[in-house]
Design a protein around this ligand. Structure first.
Ligand SMILES: Nc1ncnc2c1ncn2[C@@H]1O[C@H](COP(=O)(O)OP(=O)(O)OP(=O)(O)O)[C@@H](O)[C@H]1O
Length: 344
């Protein structure tokens, strides 16, 4: 099989990324997320071409969000491909039609992760490209993100939780490949693409970035803007990883280990001498722990300001009613007592 496969630049680039970053170790089980678009079609074909070298166990997963009229036909098509290529195929249908792109994505990663766990695939693999990386950076830049958001399309991350080694791990092996290259690859290999009609709908901000903003930047500023933005994302990612390690350590020493007295407490003393970048990261993590969801800039700033505020200062309520208050060297983040709570 491998001997009949034409070895292209794209094969070489992906093979090198896989080896140098140790993304998908030999002999592992890969659950490959295939929508039918050119990126994931290129991905699955490439991984099958490279399978002999790496000795992986490969399966395909297709998620039907039931969004489009042709979604059943799309899923049929992927299933058919699986049969032709003799690759097991999971066909997953959303129990309810997701209302937003974010909800669809959350459901997708959740089911992909669960299947990987149940059927012992250590890795879930997606077809995100260098072009997606550039678009994600722009999308988040316009929304006011910090370095984390600008570099959020990473090569690999655990699907569940924070521990980097915990399987299943989500891997994006095509981050060095542009959408132009995946398109050319599919053409050369005669791979029929299932066009997603929503990809051209410019009422979505993402599509306006792809079809309007990037071409404008290419024409007027830098013909290699995708490459430049993806490079910025790569540089920022390394900075973020370093800062997160430092924030981990500071979090451990500054935050009382377990919630106590109906709240959490942070040691101001430990945080005062730390750089603002780390103070913000520790406070963000604390808020995520307490609020159990993502936080925004204002919330993090509100809490960070208390590090150097006078004793007895307090914040206005966070979502859910928690209030932060300075008590000597501690900042307490407490929820108001619920009716029926024991006084303590
Ligand atoms: N319906 C689907 N079924 C299986 N895999 C999918 C599906 N949609 C997307 N994927 C996977 O996700 C990759 C990225 O797709 P796309 O850019 O459309 O998703 P996205 O929602 O923007 O993802 P993200 O938020 O993770 O960037 C695809 O290459 C494919 O691997």
């Amino acid at each position: 099989m491998a001997s009949q496969t034409p070895w292209t630049d794209v094969h070489a680039k992906v093979h090198i990324s896989l080896r140098s970053r140790n993304l998908l170790p030999s002999g592992e089980g890969l659950l490959v997320a295939v929508s039918g678009g050119q990126d994931s079609m290129c991905l699955i074909r490439l991984l099958l071409d490279l399978q002999e070298k790496w000795n992986w166990r490969i399966a395909i997963a297709h998620c039907d969000h039931q969004w489009r009229r042709d979604s059943v036909a799309n899923a049929d098509y992927i299933e058919q491909l699986g049969k032709i290529w003799q690759v097991p195929c999971y066909r997953l249908t959303a129990p309810q039609i997701p209302k937003t792109e974010a909800a669809a994505r959350e459901w997708r990663y959740q089911v992909l992760g669960e299947i990987a766990q149940t059927d012992n695939y250590g890795y879930v693999v997606t077809g995100h490209t260098k072009s997606d990386r550039a678009e994600t950076l722009l999308y988040n830049l316009i929304r006011g993100s910090g370095a984390d958001g600008l570099s959020s399309l990473v090569w690999s991350r655990p699907i569940f939780g924070r521990e980097t080694e915990t399987k299943p791990i989500l891997v994006r092996p095509l981050l060095e490949i542009t959408r132009k290259e995946t398109g050319e690859f599919c053409q050369q290999r005669d791979l029929p693409i299932w066009e997603d009609s929503t990809n051209t709908d410019v009422s979505y901000a993402r599509n306006r970035i792809r079809h309007q903003l990037i071409p404008e930047l290419e024409n007027k500023f830098n013909p290699k803007v995708e490459q430049a933005l993806a490079q910025t994302a790569e540089l920022l990612r390394a900075d973020v990883e370093y800062l997160e390690q430092q924030a981990d350590e500071l979090y451990r020493v500054a935050i009382a280990s377990a919630p106590c007295n109906n709240g959490y407490r942070v040691n101001r003393h430990q945080l005062k001498s730390a750089p603002l970048a780390l103070q913000r990261r520790v406070m963000r993590r604390l808020l995520e722990e307490v609020l159990r969801k993502g936080t925004n800039f204002e919330q993090i700033e509100k809490l960070t300001r208390l590090i150097s505020a006078p004793n007895r200062s307090q914040s206005d309520p966070f979502p859910g009613g928690a209030i932060a208050q300075v008590e000597g060297e501690w900042i307490w983040l407490k929820f108001p007592p619920q009716v029926g709570d024991e006084a303590n």
